[in-house]
Design a protein around this ligand. Structure first.
Ligand SMILES: Cc1cc2nc3c(=O)[nH]c(=O)nc-3n(C[C@H](O)[C@H](O)[C@H](O)COP(=O)(O)OP(=O)(O)OC[C@H]3O[C@@H](n4cnc5c(N)ncnc54)[C@H](O)[C@@H]3O)c2cc1C
Length: 378
């Protein structure tokens, strides 16, 4: 099949990387990128960090421009896919034909209420600017959700001098960072004056037009000037319902990120197994594999997950390769907590599975080699 026109739906890092990778892999035909946001493609990780702190702006987080010969349609959501006709319909009524389709529609913030009424979330640049404007007149912030995003928002709010509480159903951060790092991170959070609350039996939101606080099952209430829901994300698959692809767990792809020979799915919307890996590095790696797979099929190299993730909170700059096993004590390879700079390696049954750097300049390739030597050597 000749790939004359490749249509990319979504305009985040996965989409932009795919457009670039298609050109690098020799695609000379037309490429169109369709995004539903009005902005030029931008980077999301700084939203909870520099943008909320006002050290970054929309301009500074805008991604490098797409190749000049790639057409970008902004503010135009895709609303339906017809796989037989090979067309994607946009909300403005246009129907775009394609030979190859890249689905890169990412994810949106999950909310606690079904319709999200009154909830404040952080997913896009407009959310970040709106939150930052509300903070300017606030004294207190309650963050619901103690995962990496909730804790980054809390850290930034505290940095700005706000009274901050973070509430979760389970102990904060543990699932992503394991008990060893979590103990240090939560100690740093509490030392900065933040209150961390665990409410295992659940919470109920208070406030209709705007959420003003929570009530725990025990009956205690906690109110704040700004309440932020940071309770995970949901893949943007609804527009694919007519094509029978709207799996709420994300789009299952093969080892080359394909749904079919003419359709690939990448980034936060896709999953290669049971779970999605909604991280920046995975979106980039998948986009590169998918671009070649769309053009060259099985000649493309397979996607090999190489988990990489970073976060900045409580003065700790953490980079993590691999998946940290929850209760494993890591080996300190270099540095110490006393120096506030160190390198950790996690092993299971003597086999390294993850590595982390804390406040340390260390190349990611070396961190990856420390985390998964077998993977890097192969
Ligand atoms: C605040 C925040 C901080 C983060 N920090 C980190 C971090 O420190 N480290 C890390 O590894 N990861 C981080 N992430 C995750 C990382 O940003 C994502 O994994 C990455 O952005 C995924 O890229 P993507 O292109 O798949 O999806 P997205 O970035 O979500 O882009 C998808 C785009 O498609 C658009 N779209 C959706 N539906 C349609 C439609 N029907 N038609 C057209 N367009 C559509 C969306 O509006 C969006 O513009 C963070 C995420 C957030 C929100």
């Amino acid at each position: 099949m000749t790939m004359e026109h490749i249509l990319i739906v979504g305009a985040g890092i996965a989409a932009v990387t795919a457009a670039d990778a298609l050109r690098r892999a020799g695609h000379t035909g037309r490429i169109t990128v369709v995004g539903d946001e009005p902005h030029a493609p931008y980077s999301r990780p700084p939203l909870s960090k520099g943008v909320l702190k006002k050290t970054e702006t929309l301009d500074s987080v805008t991604l490098p421009a797409l190749p000049a010969d790639v057409e970008l349609l902004r503010g135009t959501p895709a609303v339906a896919l017809d796989r037989d006709a090979r067309t994607v319909r946009l909300a403005d009524g246009q129907s775009l034909p394609y030979d190859g389709l890249v689905i890169a529609t990412g994810a949106r913030a999950r909310t606690l209420r079904a319709d999200g009424a009154g909830e404040t979330v952080l997913r896009g640049i407009d959310d970040a600017l709106a939150l930052e404007a509300r903070w300017a007149h606030a004294r207190s912030v309650l963050v619901i959700g103690g995962g990496f995003l909730g804790m980054e928002v809390a850290s930034t709010a505290r940095h700005l001098g706000l009274d901050v509480t973070v509430i979760d159903l389970v102990p904060h951060l543990v699932r992503q960072f394991g008990t060893y790092l979590t103990e240090r991170m939560t100690a740093a959070a509490e030392a900065s004056g933040v209150s961390l609350v665990v409410a295992p039996e659940g919470i109920e939101l208070i406030g209709d037009d705007v959420v003003q606080g929570v009530r725990t099952v025990g009956g205690a209430t906690r109110a704040a000037d700004v309440v932020v829901s940071a309770v995970g994300d949901l893949p943007n698959v609804e527009w694919l319902a007519s094509a029978g692809l709207a799996d709420p767990r994300g789009l299952l792809v093969d080892s080359r990120c394909r749904i079919a020979p003419d359709i690939v799915a990448i980034g936060d919307v896709a999953r290669t197994g049971e779970r999605r890996t909604p991280h920046w590095g995975a979106a980039i790696d998948q986009a590169r594999v998918a671009a070649v797979a769309l053009l060259h099929g099985d000649e493309a190299a397979e996607y090999v997950p190489a988990p990489y993730f970073w976060t900045e909170q409580w003065g700790l700059d953490l980079k993590i390769c691999g998946e940290i096993p929850i209760d494993v004590e890591p080996e300190v390879i270099a540095g110490s907590w006393h120096e506030n700079s160190l390198l950790l390696q996690y092993s299971v049954d003597g086999v390294p599975v993850a590595a982390a750097s804390v406040n340390r300049r260390f190349p990611i390739t070396k961190l990856r080699a420390l985390a998964q030597p077998a993977l890097v050597a192969s």
